[in-house]
Design a protein around this ligand. Sequence first.
Ligand code: NFE
Length: 478
Amino acid sequence: MPTTIKIDPVTRIEGHLAIEVTVDTVNGQNQIIDAKSNGTVFRGFEAILKNRDPLDAPHITQRICGVCPISHGMASSLNLETAFGITAPANGRIIRNLILGSNFIQSHILHFYHLAALDYINTDGILDIAPWLPRYVTPDMVGGTIAETLVNHYVQALAMRRKSHQMGAIFGGHMPLSPVFVPGGATHRPTAQNINDFRTLLTELRGFIDNVMIPDCLAVANAFPQYYDIGQGCGNLLAFGVFDLSGTSKLLSRGRFTNGQLLSVDAAQIKEYVKYSKYSAASGNLHPSVGVTEPSPTKANAYSWIKSPRYLNAVHEVGPLARMYINGDYRNGISVIDRLAARVFEAKKVADAMNGWLNELVVGGSVYQYAATPSSATGIGLTEAPRGALGHWINIANSTINRYQVITPTNWNASPKDDLDQYGPIEQALIGTTIADTKQPIEVLRIIHSFDPCLSCAVHMVRPDSNILNSIQSRPSI
Ligand code: NFE
């Protein structure tokens, strides 16, 4: 007899995600035979942006999420730059990369120590106070030295995240939200003192990544080799690429791995579907440049506020593993442990590159190219957030935002089924998994956490006392 397990909310992620899995007996074992990923809140940033000054977009979109705001600042700046017909001078490009890299390192440390690691260690007798209770304690969790080490490093990692934020704030003004991101570059000219201060913090963080985080992740990987075979998911990977270098190259390249082939990306081939999402039918089957976001909270069969983005109708996973795989830096496989490992190795790759970028900065050099806001234009900004491919699309009319669409990494990964009834990447990664104890489905958490979902990003304001549509439509335009 199938059993339904509902985890609502999933904890140790950002935002509000509910996961429902149906478990049945298959070959004598409890196996997940169906999964539903449910983004549980609507936020409506696209509606908030409508009729605003385009120059507001880098600042408003950073408020989509306090974990990856810099990526939204970057995507929005790139988006406006294509609409305005300008590019950032080298100093501005490098400063933006350094702020974004600081945010990647902060986010990757957050994920390994504060969101994922506790799925693998038995902390009974170590963390017996709130907020670490209640929790699952399963027989396969490791205790002893590994558990004690990871808990010690959990605390050290908090300080390291603070230092990552301090580093980003040197060029970004403050963190996590940076006012420095503007179309045409950045607003801060680097000083010699800035570069020295940044390098001092970066050197400490590189030491932490090399000597603490990577060994800790490998210790978890060695203790859980079976998780190289769990949570594979759809098998397709997609990356928009990030960290623009001089010319057209990027530190992490754009590409996709579809049906076993490495292929190029044409952003025209992306569409969002809403058959199972709480949006009107008119909001679906559309390219994001002409995207529509009309909430339909009571729509029949809809089970999520997340839309379902697809590339040429195919389901794709995004994230550090996709980037590192496509760039040729990590091609071990696609699984729970591969996602954790690719993320920590990516932190090293980015941190090491940042050290070189500091040498390229010209003290006091130009960081910004001005352009007047066009009366009408379209734009596209493709980049990467710590959790994967991030795209912003804009349509400007009468020098104001006529249309703005955002597709975040978690849109891809935590998407519900699409119009072809294909499950989203997290759903696919869950289906087929054996569950040892349905009262403590730790396997479900390990799989979900490996994607590092962020629902704040994915369902870009719920006011229980008010009508969602009215609260959005009553916002005065400026
Ligand atoms: Ni809210 Fe985000 C990242 C973006 S995830 S953390 O990384 O965009 O969808």
